[in-house]
Design a protein around this ligand. Structure first.
Ligand SMILES: Nc1ncnc2c1ncn2[C@@H]1O[C@H](COP(=O)(O)OP(=O)(O)O)[C@@H](O)[C@H]1O
Ligand SMILES: [Mg+2]
Length: 257
């Protein structure tokens, strides 16, 4: 890593337990919407192979964190680092081309486009035809149901099917790390468990995942580590196991008093 890319405020968290480089990192990031201060001195890191979750109540800044990672929100101070490179000045397309992708809140499929068209939109920055075909096959392997519905308009799919297409579309950019904004939101209760199993399976196959969730119990049950945001500040940062056992966590976020 280029030592000049380290900010004075960096926490020294640039290398992981294994000495590797973080796929994604925030160094003392602050963001504002107009005069309103949202993220406050946030430090985050995600390493290859990890499944990490960002928890926190409504309006705590979770979506803003993802948007800032992707370049849709510009920090007022601090650094966003992607695979060792500071990308503050880089647009979303650059970040996607360099390995970040997002499954947005409520999935946001193009409802009038077919399943296949939605999947291919995920590959819009690529022109390696053979690789794209290979990745389509990978997605069909993960979700056989998707292959059966390639010509169907996405708006007519069930919620669970839309989730599969949204994840498939994200995978079509061949990411190193996948961001997910409240993947269980709006799914029928019976599908929520299945949804988390799916996320775990994709992570087991090697994909690093950064997942925002309000469903803290479920998220921590599959995650390696977690952060808790409270009005834009990280108030807890620990292994999933430790967070599940943390009394403060249990009373505030895990529905116990
Ligand atoms: N585009 C925007 N302009 C102004 N304020 C915003 C905008 N987006 C979000 N906010 C505000 O920023 C805060 C954090 O929002 P958000 O990151 O969406 O929270 P979360 O995802 O944790 O619910 C909220 O108070 C929200 O109203
Ligand atoms: Mg949100």
């Amino acid at each position: 890593m280029n030592s000049e890319s380290m900010s004075p405020g960096a926490t020294g968290d640039a290398t992981g337990q294994d000495g590797g480089t973080a796929l994604l990192e925030f160094r003392e990031v602050n963001t504002h919407y107009g005069a309103v201060h949202i993220l406050k001195d946030v430090n985050l890191s995600i390493y290859p192979g990890e499944l990490v979750c960002l928890l926190g109540g409504n309006a705590s800044g979770k979506t803003t964190t993802l948007k800032t990672l992707l370049g849709m929100v510009t920090p007022t101070s601090g650094e966003v680092v992607l695979d060792g490179e500071v990308v503050n000045g880089q647009p979303t397309s650059y970040r996607v081309a360099n390995g970040v992708t997002m499954v947005p809140e409520n999935r946001r499929l193009f409802k009038r486009l077919s399943v296949k068209e939605n999947l291919l939109l995920g590959a819009y920055l690529r022109n390696d035809k053979a690789g794209i075909e290979e990745d389509l096959e990978y997605v069909y392997g993960l979700f056989p149901r998707v292959r059966e519905r390639l010509a169907q308009k996405s708006g007519t799919l069930s919620g669970g099917e839309q989730q599969m297409v949204a994840i498939g579309r994200a995978l079509m950019s061949r990411p190193k790390v996948m961001l997910m904004d409240e993947p269980s939101m709006g799914l029928a209760p019976a599908l929520v468990q299945q949804n988390f199993e799916l996320i775990q399976q994709i992570n087991d196959e090697g994909m690093a995942i950064f997942m925002v969730e309000q469903n803290a119990n479920m998220a921590l049950s599959i995650a390696d580590r977690g952060w808790v945001l409270q009005t834009g500040r990280v108030v807890l940062d620990d292994t999933a196991e430790a967070l599940l056992a943390n009394p403060e966590m249990r009373s505030a976020y895990l529905g116990e008093s």
